[in-house]
Design a protein around this ligand. Sequence first.
Ligand code: AMP
Ligand code: MG
Length: 317
Amino acid sequence: MKAKVSFQQALQLLKKGEVVALPTETVYGLAGRIDCEKALKKIFQLKKRPLFDPLIVHCHSKKQALSYLFQKHSLIEKLFDDFTPGPLTLVAKKNNKISSLITSRKATVALRIPKHPLIRKVLRQLSVPLAMPSANSYGKVSPVSSQHVLSSFKSKVPVLEGGICQKGLESTIIKIHFSKKQISILRPGMITKEMLENFLKKQDTNFKVKYKTDRFQPGGSSSHYKPDVPFYIVESQKTEKEIEQFLSKKFPKKTLRTLSLSSSSQRTARLLYSQLRQLSQDKKNLIYTQKKSHHRSGLWTAIWNRLEKASSGYFKF
Ligand code: AMP
Ligand code: MG
């Protein structure tokens, strides 16, 4: 099997219950149909992902997504209307059409409607949703190009080429607590807290949005998105030269490399994983980046959530 496959080949393989890597607007995913236990097990096995870490179900339409929920709710429908197709994942109580293998035996399911035209075409023609985590080994940096997928899985996984992912960070995951009148952000992402608050202002509700990035929930682990070399965050007002002097005293055998962040958060998000992968190619490298005071809201929250999980340590001086 050639690693790169055409659209038709990808579709036929998925129909037969094989696992295929597909592009989305966030990152590349390892896809398998949700009604095929063999494909679901293979996803966990290929990624070395523990079975307690549930998978996101990717659907073509709101109608399809809602058909897996225990109950319909107008707020869920409106969230789908406003933010999807796009990088938002909604966690809600599931019905019995969803296998407990996907949800790690939880009573809830995570649903997303992706936007990338190729995955939309696959989902439309397949007419079954796809379970799909990022196409990388568990705990490592997510892939934003077909080359990244190939570097992790070689020819073990067929890949559908879809270019560089335009968003570059995983979806925002939210859960609605109806009794508490609260939307919890379980994983920050491209759909920011501020965007959700603006959405709520338009609705006739007094729901609040809160971060609930619990590191003890599956996938919330404090160590994730790890590059192959040490990566440190430095929070300091000192100059780059002074920071480098400090780090080279601490790590004399390492070659220091800066992860430079653009002033645009969208651009930083799009380039982040490619840069981390590129800077970790030489095993002598040590990557560092400087946390600035304006890096605290909007999309920066998601960027720093990933950087903090990717890091080996934090220096503040
Ligand atoms: P990913 O690693 O991008 O595939 O995202 C999967 C993450 O979504 C998991 O690690 C969980 O944090 C979250 N998730 C998926 N399903 C559920 C669920 N049923 N309940 C709560 N969180 C979920
Ligand atoms: Mg992942």
